[in-house]
Design a protein around this ligand. Sequence first.
Ligand code: KG4
Ligand code: ZN
Length: 329
Amino acid sequence: MKVLAIETSCDETSVAVLQDEEILSNVVMSQVQIHEPFGGVVPEIAARHHLKNLPQIFNMALEEAKVELKEIDIVAVTHGPGLIGALMVGISFAKGLCLALGKPIVGVNHLLGHTYAAKLSFPHLNPPYLALLVSGGHTELLLFKNDPIEAEVLGRTVDDAAGEAFDKVARLLQLGYPGGPAIERASKFGDPNRFRFPRAMIEKGNLNFSFSGLKTAVLYLLRNEEKFNSFDIAASFQEAVIDILVWKLIHAAELTHVKKLLLVGGVAANERLRQKLKEECSRKSFEIYIPPASLCVDNAAMIARAAIDLAKIGKFSDLSLNAVPDLSF
Ligand code: KG4
Ligand code: ZN
């Protein structure tokens, strides 16, 4: 089965071609430089750039895969959650393709897509597993009991997402956008134990997250200190986020007795988070599955891989497929 997938939910324009579980191409064009002067993604600008760039990314993906359009069996597309205008560009393009090719369309939940980055990297991975999904818009603890497409949400953030906290604190520290990689780089020069920021909601039985207090703690520190070392603040902030994420995932595993743990989403690209989670899992004898950083950030290959499983059980969409900006599990 050959699947062509389109991902335009935020500021990455991506098209991938998969032959069953093998990635033939996964072209990602980031708009980071375009949004950087604004300190965050500007929805209308994101949509306009998807509209402009998608045809070119589409051609590149087919070329790199050495596949002709007529060989495609299924067209997959992210239909939410995400920015409405950005999603609509991808969906409209996918619908046009399906009409022209006479092939079926599969709408994919972007959050499910992130968990399939782990399936792409570890093909023999099967539920039961717990997934910690940490991205710019989401922080969710998901339990997949016996089906890789059906999740029970065990916990989620009650305010900011983990990636959002990285982005906001990077802005406070004037480290640039996107904040996650900027904080990670700055942290390398700082002392993670210099400031003890709060670790909210670390209490038994609570699998929800809260990051807004942490961001406010950084803000107050900056207001009160005349001189500060932003590397130390970045490192101490990053350490607090990592402590929370690692503690919650391990606690969820202990509560559910599930041994296989997945870390996915853009924040999973963070090297120190990956390292600390691996160490904790090895100490507690849990199996940890973390995709390479290139599959953690938004990309169409993960959407294509999810679509294959959806298609296998007949979960096709039709041409009335619409964008659902607040789609959840
Ligand atoms: O999954 P993703 O690419 O897009 C969404 O679906 O949101 O995640 C983007 C988020 C951004 O908030 C970005 O700052 C964060 O992931 N991020 C990181 C790192 N790389 C990206 N956060 C921490 N460390 C990183 N290395
Ligand atoms: Zn994402």
